[in-house]
Design a protein around this ligand. Structure first.
Ligand code: ZN
Length: 106
């Protein structure tokens, strides 16, 4: 799907419609600069700290890769960011939409 490079959109900082560049956000993994990303070993350990035996069925569903429903979809929701050309602030889109291959118009 072709996406526009720029879009006139409301900027919460400027409190008016401004021209904003459209960006596709890159997925960020866990690192020193992004330590708050979800899915950590410590979180899994804390989930098992309650009383009782085993993991209380939390892990019985298995990993996402083992589910039969996953992997069938060929499209993903795009994570668009809009950067205001006046104040430079970035805002996120309100409603995501499914796209097979997002690309910008020339
Ligand atoms: Zn702005």
């Amino acid at each position: 799907m072709k996406l526009p490079k720029t879009k006139n959109r409301f900027c919460p900082k400027c409190k008016k419609h401004t021209e904003q560049t459209v960006l596709i956000a890159k997925s960020m993994g866990r690192s020193k600069t992004h330590p708050m990303s979800r899915g950590s070993k410590g979180r899994m350990r804390r989930r098992g700290l309650g009383r009782g035996y085993g993991n209380k069925g939390r892990l019985s569903k298995g990993a996402v890769s083992s589910w039969s429903m996953t992997g069938a979809k060929s499209s993903k929701k795009v994570d668009l960011r809009f950067k205001c050309k006046i104040c430079g602030k970035t805002s996120v889109q309100y409603q995501g939409f499914r796209v097979k291959r997002p690309e910008f118009k020339q």
